[in-house]
Design a binder for this molecule. Sequence first.
Ligand code: HAM
Length: 430
Amino acid sequence: MALSIKRPLGTEDITPQNVNKWHTVETIVKDTAKTFGFKEIRIPTFESTELFERSVGDTTDVVQKEMYSVIAKESKFTLRPEGTAGTIRAMVQNGLLNDALPQKVFYILSCFRHERPQAGRLREFHQFGLEMAGSQSPYADAEVISLAKSIIDRTGLKNIALNINSIGCPTCRANYHKALKEFFAPKVDCLCDTCKSRLDRNPMRILDCKSPICSDIAKDAPLILDYLCEDCSTHFEKLKSILTNMGIEYSVNPKIVRGLDYYTKTVFEFITTDIGAQGTVCGGGRYDGLIEQLSGKHVPALGFAMGLERLILTMESQGCEFMENQSCELYIAPMGDIAKDKAVELAKNLRDEGFLVEYDIMDRGIKSQMKYANKIKAKFVLVVGDNEIQSNSAKVKNMDTGEESPISLDKNFYDSFSSLYMANMLVSED
Ligand code: HAM
């Protein structure tokens, strides 16, 4: 009977056949973040809706159109649409910001946004992200950008363009908002309903509206770079010169505004053209006002997040290498009940030392057991029957070469198998 309940639109299953791709990127992002001194943080999957309304911003697409929210026992909760708000909430709530600054944390988590699904755009997706709190120096911006770049380099990806911009602080924003209002006011009737309501409260949000009509109108809008105050401008110039000194190539794209309200000064995106329209594999920036807004304490901060599905899609499209799924190192094929008990004992022996060992639990005959061992790509097979048990010795077969080697089944079993295994692995590496 066909399964009548399917997974929800915009979600994906990660099966054992492709989980190695996830292990590959998860290992790279964690190892790289650790070498920069970042420590892992884990936060709840849902938070109070108010947290996202106040941080991501109640005039953003994410909050206005895309959040999964529920009312439970009169409280309003939302599945996290991103990781920054919850992470900052957790850092404040757990007193991390009272410790030595900068505080540096990273996370791997699932996010939920009710968007129109397409290649690289899901309703449940996964982010690797990090947040650094405490530094206002442009060297911190460069550090975070160079971390993202190191991850991209370690995945083997090529042609990922770094675009940077500065979207200023509340001081420069005031003048810029005025210019945007003047620009959009004569065209207000053509804007979508959401943008009509944004014009007064937050005209910058019209710039990243996903409606094609709004984006067409917005393409000639004034640019924030022309409105930066001296402090923001100096910060941006310094960042550019640090990146140049670090040998990190970038382009200034004055149109990047990002879709979340908390950003100030530096914003950046790493973009590929290899996976279609949803080519932003990483997005981030500085958010110097967010911690103060949530906790009253002024602590400048910044970070980024990478979409792991997009990262993997791009790696696939560029033919990058992934770690292989670990396959069976020894398959034990017992013949008869006494041999089965022996197989259990031998398997435990090797598993305790870290080997991946399997044996027949399907009551198969020897021929089907060999077929199965082939299917699971077992590296070695050990057949154990009455004779082998009596003599306490058997033959172990290398499934690649067909070569058989004697092995004792007594207390030396682990030592004999591991030296045989190592010797064969060394030969196959040559
Ligand atoms: P964001 O640009 O909204 O920023 O998302 C970061 C990354 O998540 C995107 O560049 C993309 O790779 C991935 N992503 C976003 N939406 C989807 C989706 N629907 N399907 C698949 N992938 C998606 C943030 O979330 C900020 N919290 C980043 C940040 C951290 N800024 C400072 N710290």
